[in-house]
Ligand binder design. Structure first.
Ligand code: FES
Length: 170
């Protein structure tokens, strides 16, 4: 299984291009994986296997890096990231109901991505803006004082304003 390696998605040998970009140096594994994630939107398993083989590093090492850094994702991500605070302050002000509503409306599980690839949903434990509770962060933008209604409206508006695009690989 060495040689040209897996070629997926549009027939481009993305792994090969990335390997060349960094002179196939093992010490450049992390930037290579960052580039891969940028191009694919996440780290597909077949690409990680391919990268490990062609770079000559153990797959376990590649997975260690992929799981150690929060910025890497092993599953396809949505076009928008919803980070909902369910920390104590936000929870007491209704974040639980907001989380339930998001799950139902967009058919997305915590840590997962909606079937239409619009949203990846991450409940977290305090985003450090408790004065704004309950807080939802979408793509780095903070929305404070959320209710079920305003949170859903905000997300529906974002989805409606997102032009049609190729779906993530999968
Ligand atoms: S508990 Fe939600 S921002 Fe702190």
């Amino acid at each position: 299984m060495s040689g040209s390696g897996a070629v997926t998605g549009g027939g481009k040998d993305i792994v090969g291009e990335i390997l060349d970009r960094y002179g196939r140096q093992k010490g450049m594994l992390i930037p290579m994986m960052q580039d891969l994630q940028k191009e694919r939107g996440y780290l597909p398993r077949e690409d990680l296997v391919d990268l490990a083989e062609r770079l000559g590093v153990p797959l376990s090492q590649v997975y260690h890096v992929a799981t150690f850094y929060a910025s890497f994702s092993l599953a396809p991500r949505g076009r928008h990231n919803i980070t909902l605070c369910v920390g104590t302050v936000c929870y007491l002000k209704g974040a639980g109901a907001i989380a339930d509503a998001i799950r139902k409306e967009f058919e997305v599980q915590p840590g997962g991505t909606s079937p239409d690839h619009m949203f990846t949903f991450s409940p977290v434990n305090c985003v450090g803006a408790c004065a704004l509770a309950p807080v939802m962060v979408v793509d780095d933008k903070y929305y404070g004082g959320m209710t079920v209604e305003t949170a859903l409206k905000t997300l529906r508006d974002i989805a409606a304003g997102t032009p049609a695009d190729n779906k993530a690989a999968g």
